[in-house]
Design a protein around this ligand. Structure first.
Ligand code: CU
Length: 279
């Protein structure tokens, strides 16, 4: 059925539940579309002008029509109460502990996805709206020692398979929507809020395939090109990616030669080293 609906491959643990709901909704809509379509054709024929020269002002009186209406409403209520509400509640209320999850921050921006990894120390460097600028979109504080190993990428999200992922989603400007089709994840990114997004991938991205991060909210005139890429790696490949993309550790300060107070420093001796790599 998923194939018939043209759904992308389901690569997440919770995806089957979402697909089940999508499937049942389509079954209901197909039954209604075909049913109402046939009824419309029947009415066109049954109440044609030739056979009914004068209009009836009384309308339908049978109980069947009312029963059908109530039936449809009941099926819709079951879909909502038995499928949609529990699935949504589980997703939004049962947030995994931060210590049990791979944590990443995503900051949406017109028209790109900024991805922030805490780095080897597992702690995000401080960020502040006051530090946001053209070269530091997430406002990372380079003075904060925890920021020195942080990895910041644009439109490139790399994740491990079989691990609980917890993304803190926010936006720099307008409302965007973070959409990972193969993960069955879609969540609005709202300025001023950090919204938790959780999922677990059950398979790695197949060789040669490209999985996109799409923006699912019309967020401006270049919304169509707000496209990122994400890759699900094996744990080993993920760790290798983190190592390969870790920023250079700050160079240790050169030993300082004691200089006699009355001796002028030679040219070039005072080159100040900036310990903080640019974000
Ligand atoms: Cu957008």
């Amino acid at each position: 059925m998923e194939k018939l609906l043209g759904l992308p491959i389901d690569a997440s643990v919770h995806g089957a539940e979402v697909d089940q709901l999508i499937t049942w909704l389509h079954v209901l809509m197909a039954v209604l579309a075909v049913g109402w379509g046939l009824y419309f054709l029947f009415v066109l024929w049954r109440f044609r002008a030739k056979k009914n020269p004068t209009a009836s002002y009384e309308g339908a009186k049978g109980k069947f029509a009312k029963g059908l209406e109530v039936g449809v409403a009941l099926v819709e209520a079951v879909l909502l109460v038995a499928f949609a509400v529990p699935a949504w509640a589980k997703w939004t209320q049962e947030i995994p502990e931060e210590t049990d999850a791979v944590r990443i921050r995503v900051v949406a921006q017109q028209f790109a996805w900024n991805i922030h990894y805490p780095g080897a120390d597992g702690v995000f460097g401080n960020t502040s709206p006051a530090l946001v600028g053209p070269t530091n979109v997430i406002g990372l504080d380079n003075e904060d020692p925890f920021s020195h190993d942080d990895i910041v990428t644009i439109n490139q999200l790399h994740l491990p398979v079989d691990k609980q992922i917890l993304i803190g989603l926010s936006s720099l400007d307008v409302i965007h929507s973070f959409f990972l089709p193969q993960m069955r994840v879609k969540q609005d990114a709202v300025p001023g809020m950090r919204i938790p997004v959780q999922f677990k991938a059950k398979m790695t991205t197949p060789e040669g395939e490209t999985w996109n991060i799409a923006c699912a909210q019309l967020c401006g005139n270049s919304h169509y090109r707000m496209k990122g890429y994400y890759t699900i790696h094996s744990q080993a490949d993920y760790e290798a990616w983190l190592r390969d993309n870790a920023p250079e550790p700050p160079a240790p300060a050169p030993p300082v030669e004691p200089v006699a107070a009355d001796e002028p420093a030679a040219d070039g001796d005072t080159a100040a080293a900036d310990d903080h790599p640019a974000a």
